[in-house]
Design a protein around this ligand. Structure first.
Ligand SMILES: CNc1ncnc2c1ncn2[C@@H]1O[C@H](/C=C/CNC(=O)c2cc(-c3ccc(F)cc3)cc(O)c2O)[C@@H](O)[C@H]1O
Ligand SMILES: [Mg+2]
Length: 214
């Protein structure tokens, strides 16, 4: 049987990137997706916007929903201060397997806790299992129709505090209309759209930054 796209992406990293160098892993994946095979990583253009928010928030605790191949996991973790952690959730075991190797190749395994399973099951257990009180930053990049239910679940589980920042990918393409309507109309959020493009294309897309007001 042939290889999968994530496996081919991993091979490209192992062949062309420098072990322990997160930037080279990021550049290799972006090159692979531009020149060989498109893949649904946040990409370099939206990634630069994400980087600026990670640096601004400089989070003690970060949650990522939807690891996929670990591209945004590496982007975020490379900017985290020593002693801080990123918990990333992925329910596809094949994707999780590839992501673990990408994260390890980048040398960021100490900063990342990849938890395999569906967000809806894991989120309610995070406080007790991982000793987290609240998240300073959440990056949403999983199934688009799960952004809203999982955001409400994070609220209900007391995992957000005044000032927690939600960064949501793909709010235009493929689009997350119910989530967007919620964060833009709810008095509990102060929301702002960062216009950009769908990764590796000229199609419009963007990130929505929503600050939880408590
Ligand atoms: C529901 N709870 C969940 N818990 C844990 N992991 C979950 C998950 N849902 C999905 N996942 C995982 O997240 C990942 C899913 C991401 C979904 N993303 C997209 O569909 C997406 C799609 C596009 C896209 C845009 C245009 C186009 F023509 C084709 C695709 C662009 C993106 O940036 C995207 O993020 C997978 O690894 C999946 O296994
Ligand atoms: Mg995305």
């Amino acid at each position: 049987t042939g290889s999968t796209r994530p496996q081919r992406l991993l091979k490209a990293v192992q062949k062309n990137a420098t072990k322990g160098d997160p930037q080279s892993v990021i550049s290799t994946i972006d090159h692979f997706c531009r020149r060989c095979e498109w893949a649904m990583n946040v990409g370099d253009e939206k990634g630069t916007i994400l980087d600026s928010v990670v640096c601004e928030v400089s989070p003690g605790s970060t949650l990522e929903l939807g690891t996929y191949c670990g591209y945004s996991t590496v982007r975020i973790a490379r900017l985290l201060a020593p002693g801080t952690k990123l918990i990333t959730l992925e329910f596809n075991p094949d994707f999780a397997k590839v992501a673990r190797q990408v994260i390890e190749f980048a040398g960021l395994q100490e900063k990342v806790l990849l938890v395999e399973g569906p967000s809806g099951d894991i989120i309610p257990k995070i406080k007790e299992q991982f000793g987290i009180t609240t998240f300073d930053l959440v990056f949403l990049d999983h199934w688009k129709d799960r952004y809203l239910p999982d955001t409400k679940l994070l609220e209900e589980c007391g995992l957000l505090r005044k000032g927690s920042v939600l960064m949501a990918d793909n709010v235009i393409c493929p689009g997350t209309p119910d989530y967007l309507a919620y964060v833009r109309s709810s008095p509990k959020y102060d929301s702002k759209y960062f216009k950009s493009h769908l990764e590796y294309t000229k199609v419009e897309d963007g990130l929505e930054k929503s600050v939880y007001l408590g």
